[in-house]
Design a protein around this ligand. Sequence first.
Ligand code: B12
Length: 281
Amino acid sequence: MAITIDTDKEQDIEDLQYDIDDSRKTDRWSDAPADLKELFHVLEWNIIDGEHAKTNSLIEPALAKGVSPRTLIAGPMAKGIAEVGRRFKMDEYFLPEVMMSAKCMQAALATLKPLIIAEKAEEIGTVVVGTVQGDLHDIGKKIVAMMMEAAGFTVVDLGVSVPPEDFIAAIRKHKPKIVGFSALLTTTMNMQWETLKIIKAEGLREAVKVFVGGAPISQAWCDKIGADAYASDALVAVDKARACIFKYGAIKGGDPQLHANMLVIDAEREAMKAKATATAG
Ligand code: B12
């Protein structure tokens, strides 16, 4: 099935309006107690404002109030960096501001990492992850790596701008069950495909399950390039990775059945969400 990469979406006024409306909602944490709501707002705004020392100083108080590291990452931190992305897209922010906000995320993640890793479950296998060649974004990939580690995987993080030959060398050396490619740019997403082609050419395709992710990546892209699984966020990535070990360990990488099974996980998740919304309503 042919797909088109929707780069025009960036220019779509309705899409931008949706982003603006969403980011300007003043009561995002309506379910939280007032003191936490305030803390989340301040944390989010410190990321938007690029105040990395202040951002980090809010982590401890939030943890002391019983907020889990995952909630902080998936909640106020994710909201903050998403707003930075919107401002960049709208030319309200330029590269220096984005770099300051990225520094906030990195600092907060470094503080949270030991807590997440401390939850590490029993060892279940090795995962190799990296951001593909030409791409320097690594915040999302680091979150995926942390969550995988907490779930019991040994994670070999190859870093950013990883050439295909480094992925190949790492697969040969570490014999991972899963290899994950991150890409944040429409100009580098193709490197996921190129890397996968080289994995096939080297005769390693059946040995590893290939996961893809990053902001411009979609299920359609995963289908097109023949990867095994797409995950929109770190929690979905962990769910699918665990399923690859515990339920589908016997199925080889590249097998269409594995790909189909990964789609069932998404369908089940959607059904659960719909049920929860119906119950809440
Ligand atoms: C922070 C940031 C930067 C920082 C990166 C710092 C760092 N160490 O990562 C800096 C300032 C360096 C930067 C540079 C650039 N950036 Co930038 N950046 C961003 C920004 C604002 C946030 C990205 C981020 O961290 N998001 C938060 C994380 C948590 O989300 P995530 O990465 O999507 O990850 C989640 C999922 O996608 C998934 N996931 C991610 N990886 C993987 C991997 C696997 C295997 C799996 C299963 C799942 C998975 O799980 C993650 C956690 O839940 C985005 C905006 C955006 N909306 O994405 C722009 C953005 C990606 N950047 C953009 C651009 C254009 C650039 C530059 C080209 C700018 C320039 N003119 O130089 C350079 C490129 C440099 C390069 N060669 O890579 C554009 C890309 C547009 C496009 N169509 O390609 C974006 C979309 C901004 C925009 N709206 O225009 N950037």
